[in-house]
Design a protein around this ligand. Sequence first.
Ligand code: ATP
Ligand code: MG
Length: 466
Amino acid sequence: MTGLLTRCSHQLCRYVPRRFYPGGPGRVKRLVLSRLFQPQNLRVDQVLSLEGTSGDLTCKSQRLMLQVGLIHPASPGCYHLLPYTVRAMEKLVRVIDQEMQAIGGQKVNMPSLSSAELWQATSRWDLMGKELLRLRDRHGKEYCLGPTHEEAVTALVASQKTLSYKQLPFLLYQVTRKFRDEPRPRFGLLRGREFYMKDMYTFDSSAEAARHTYSLVCDAYCSLFSRLGLRFVKVQADVGSIGGTLSHEFQLPVDVGEDRLAVCANCHFSANMETLASSQQSCPACQGPLTETRGIEVGHTFYLGTKYSSIFNAQFANVHGKPSLAEMGCYGLGVTRILAAAIEVLSPEDCIRWPSLLAPYQVCLIPPKKGSKEEAAAALMGSLYDDIAEAVPQLRGELLLDDRTHLTIGNRLKDANKLGYPFVIIAGRRALEDPSHFEVWCQNTGEVVFLTREGVVGFLNTVQVV
Ligand code: ATP
Ligand code: MG
């Protein structure tokens, strides 16, 4: 253990001079919990007044996320995303990037300000009604804040006048804020007026190719939710104002969900009740009984055909050199909604559980209380932190030291349990044994094991991060 800690100019870390790591910087950044910005413990009435809602019951994910300082209400349907949430969201975006790029997705970033002319071209300027947040610039020109980007992306691709069928398909996606003046924003990040969406738009040279792309994206969504450990159902869905001919929703089954789903007990059929005739009692595929569950829509896929490409003239030269309209699809994932929905389905009433890959920090280290019999183990905990950072490179930046040593280990363990770190390491009485043993709590298995320093390092080497 190096002697004195030198405070660096970063708020969250203390730099400890240390020997050089192969290929890494010569310092360990110790992230300490006492310096995290984490406004918390708002009373429910304060929340409701900040949100401008009139007493809508909050749901579990909203309550927990407010309690532990993951989000903070700004105005109705708008939240500040606080440091833990931003870390989890960045991880989610990395998983999404991996899945989208594995099928050929190319990331773009389109403006949120979207000119009225684009929307007038598809008549959605009127069709979208009050949901569209509209504004004017200083010249009186009208815009909306993009709720989705079919118009923008189709105009973008249409501007390329020399596309050949050989260049297709294009799978263009982005992760950006979307704006919708929802009539009833509620349940925190589950239904906001400003939220993050991953939206992908695909351009193919034939209907057959577009259907193939459609199934590739659906498979990528299945892979994403499986990697997050979230049980989902893929249901037939209504095409709504987006249009097109084929559509599926990815739903997380849970009671607080706003969608009603019909699931067949005998075969794979499932559909959003919106798409079924009200008289439909039995499965249209096998006549088996349909059961109803509720779900949170976390993703939506549409096969659009040429609905948008024909309006904006998004064309390419086909195999005969003749101009031909692109066959399109569009594919949404509710990024902020997935975070809240995952917490909703994975957490018990009083503490947060994350998909392991998304936990904001993988490991929380709890040194002994100041003035306690175990105090001498504090330095051991500091050097364990540095050893893990050195020997387990994928966990650098994933280690949080709970330096609030005026609190007992028990109290800090309670907080750690509430935040849902996958691993909590405690330097208690057995840290003073020779060799030292650290207590390791594993969130997923509920196991508690005592390990030596080498044991801890070996154990953490198996942790998967994204
Ligand atoms: P909903 O039926 O829940 O209003 P939608 O069908 O209007 O959603 P889409 O246009 O399909 O939503 O948007 C793609 C994805 O964006 C949705 O599957 C959902 O996960 C997410 N999303 C939509 N609206 C919101 C919102 N208000 N807040 C958070 N996420 C949202
Ligand atoms: Mg939808």
